[in-house]
Design a protein around this ligand. Structure first.
Ligand code: AOS
Ligand code: ZN
Ligand code: ZN
Length: 394
């Protein structure tokens, strides 16, 4: 394939690439680590305002990351209207609100699935508070990931936990505003080790279908067993109109939360290929592209910039796939021809194209170099003392 340029793209491919927006997680800017050690990074934000300021840097240099997800209660503030204004002044918006019902002692045996009705009510109320925060911040997505599950066979009834989950989700769903939706994430294990209450896309989808049109599945790329064909799940959820959002990251072993596209750029391309083929790249498609990552060793703002450019590269390659020729090869049973068409697109260097795109948007062609030259990291390292951890867990 010849080197692509902006003018060689179809107008539709160019529009889609220009309008691509990837949401950033507030927790990526806080210190994080493993259960062995949390290494601090100089300049780490001390509150949600500073997390937003850092996120705005990522958007300033990439032009493709104008939203920030918040995690509640990690990101609690006194005045939500004030935080919203602050974000708007920075040129960004508040994205999904992530409910956190896994840190209180009360949630030891689960939250929405807990055998104790009073604790289930407490967890439902925590989600209602998230809905209030969404109304105050203009956020439309309530993102639910549950740590619920059991560690030992017989510890609790798997079946009854599903019934409790359905009932709790129904109570939350009933309180959604007209422009709000509920998106339900799945994860095959951890922290529960024997069974997890929402372990896979099928379980999430069943609950979403039972709830109604305003419920969709969140696919976190790190939450699958090794070898899982994630692009199949993408295609299937798009087919039934229930892919609500991605949590992008990379895994080598488990839920590693490394930079998206770092471990397996080919997998990321295959996922974006299904997105493009399914018409889901358009910002109005209802699929939110969100990062869910932690930067334990690397600097956080550059880590997020690299993540955005990795997603953009995979997307640009997916947009280069010659879909007419591919359909023809597929119809003709031309196995190697069809595979070759995908590989041609994957093996194309799209970095010059993306540089050209950024320049056409008034940005520097290399966002990482431009950010590193700006002096922002040095300034926050000198100004901020006592950075906040991404989570309360050590
Ligand atoms: C947990 O493994 C999930 O990926 C959630 O999305 C979680 O809320 C996020 O990773 C922050 O811990
Ligand atoms: Zn996630
Ligand atoms: Zn995760």
């Amino acid at each position: 394939m010849s080197t692509p340029t902006l003018s060689s793209l179809t107008p539709e491919a160019r529009r889609l690439l220009e309008s691509q927006n990837i949401e950033l997680p507030s927790w990526a800017f806080g210190n994080s680590g493993t259960r062995f050690k949390v290494f601090g990074t100089p300049g780490t934000p001390r509150d949600p305002y500073e997390k937003l300021a850092d996120a705005a840097q990522v958007h300033q240099y990439t032009g493709a990351a104008s939203k920030v997800s918040l995690h509640i209660p990690w990101d609690l503030v006194d005045d939500w209207a004030d935080l919203r204004r602050y974000a708007e002044d920075l040129g960004i918006e508040i994205g999904a609100i992530n409910s956190n019902v896994f840190q209180d002692d009360d949630y030891k045996y689960g939250s929405l699935c807990n055998p104790d009705k009073a604790i289930r009510r407490k967890a439902v109320d925590a989600h209602r508070r998230c809905l209030d925060i969404m109304s105050a911040t203009g956020s439309t997505d309530l993102k639910i990931w549950l740590a619920d599950g059991t560690n030992y066979p017989g510890q609790d009834s798997i079946r009854e936990r599903q019934d409790r989950l359905a009932e709790s989700l129904q109570q939350i769903y009933a309180d959604l505003g007209p422009d709000q939706r509920l998106i339900l994430e799945y994860k095959f294990f951890e922290p529960a080790m024997y069974h997890t209450d929402v372990p896979d896309w099928g379980t999430s989808l069943l609950h979403c279908l039972a709830l109604g049109d305003k419920a969709s599945v969140v696919l976190d790329t790190g939450h699958h067993a090794p070898g899982t064909n994630i692009e199949f799940i993408v295609a299937q959820l798009l087919r039934v109109g229930r892919l609500g959002a991605f949590d992008f990251n990379s895994r080598f072993y488990a839920d590693d939360d490394l930079i998206v596209g770092a471990a397996d750029p080919f997998q990321l391309f295959r996922i974006m290929n299904e997105i493009v083929a399914g018409g889901a790249l358009d910002p109005d498609s209802g699929v939110a592209f969100v990062l869910d990552q932690c930067h334990n060793l690397e600097a956080k703002i550059p880590g997020e910039i690299r993540s955005i450019t990795n997603v953009q590269e995979a997307t640009a390659k997916a947009l280069l796939v010659d879909r007419v020729a591919l359909a023809q090869a597929q119809r003709n049973g031309d196995v190697l021809g069809a595979n070759g068409i995908l590989m041609d697109a994957y093996n194309t260097d799209v970095r010059p194209l993306l540089g050209e795109l950024r320049e056409s948007q008034g940005l520097a062609p290399d966002p990482m170099a431009a950010f590193l030259a700006s002096g922002y990291l040095e300034r926050i390292s000198a100004e901020r003392v006592g950075g906040q951890q991404a989570s309360w867990a050590a």
